[in-house]
Write a protein that binds this ligand. Structure first.
Ligand code: PGA
Length: 258
């Protein structure tokens, strides 16, 4: 059975009211599920959400992730937050290299490597987003691009740096879109990535969680998770609406024998 993980990325959305309502409702559902969820609210709300999760006694099932960190641990970098600060408040995951950061903040592989390194030194699991642009997809460069992004970590930090790392394959063209995803196509990309890692380190390849993200919702989640090499999903919009997210959790829970 897979070690299934469901990640909810709130992006620039949320409020104290939504957090209370969301965690209250989700707590009833998640306690009966045999998988965990990771929620990435805006950084400002991480500590608050942590308190609410404890209040509803579901901290065994709901973990928290940052959506981003800075490339420094401290200093004159107004507006930033560091991996050290995340550790200080007990956060276990951080998303790095998300498509939104690549598009709107021009994040490249060097910046992602710096962030990855800082997270590892604080014992925080990176959720490393990889994926190709539409142009790269149309010119059949998907695999080459994904492998290059992973290799940048392996080449600089060694394969063992991928221990306790989550890879999220997120084709940039599929995020925030209305596309129809072909789960068998996504499976092929995931299995190619796993096979590539297998040639370097069998244990890492077997244990690493490879998530899919991009327009996941309650209509497609099951067929995605049924694919052998899709270990979970990173959901944006469909996880923001409490009822829609509960629907997704119930669908997974009622069919969880992947
Ligand atoms: P989406 O976002 O599910 O709204 O496409 C995915 C993501 O945040 O990566």
């Amino acid at each position: 059975m897979k070690n299934l993980l469901i990640i909810s990325n709130w992006k620039l959305n949320g409020s104290k009211y939504l957090i209370n309502n969301f965690i209250n409702k989700i707590s009833h559902v998640i306690k009966g599920c045999n998988f965990s969820i990771v929620i990435a609210p805006p950084l400002l709300y991480l500590d608050y959400m942590q308190q609410i999760i404890k209040f509803y006694k579901c901290d065994n099932h709901i973990l928290l992730s940052a959506q981003n960190i800075d490339i420094h641990n401290y200093g004159s970098f107004t507006g930033e937050i560091s991996a050290k600060m995340l550790k200080d408040i007990g956060i276990k995951y951080a998303i790095i290299g998300h498509a939104d950061r690549k598009i709107f903040h021009k994040e490249n592989n060097d910046i992602i490597l710096k962030k990855f390194t800082l997270l590892k030194s604080e014992d925080i699991s990176p959720i490393l987003c990889i994926g190709e642009t539409k142009k790269e997809y149309q010119s059949n460069q998907t695999i080459a691009v994904c492998i290059k992004q992973i290799n940048n970590i392996i080449k600089n930090l060694g394969i063992l740096a991928l221990q306790n790392t989550i890879i999220a394959y997120e084709p940039i063209w599929a995020i925030d879109n209305k596309i129809i995803i072909d789960p068998t196509y996504i499976q092929k990309i995931h299995s190619t990535i796993r096979n590539y890692l297998m040639k370097i380190n069998c244990k890492i390849s077997k244990n690493i969680s490879i998530q899919y993200g991009g327009s996941v919702n309650f209509t497609n989640v099951l067929n995605l998770l049924k694919q052998q090499d899709i270990d979970g999903v990173l959901i944006g919009r469909a996880s923001l609406d409490t009822e829609s997210f509960i629907k997704i959790l119930n669908i997974i829970n009622n069919n969880y024998s992947f």
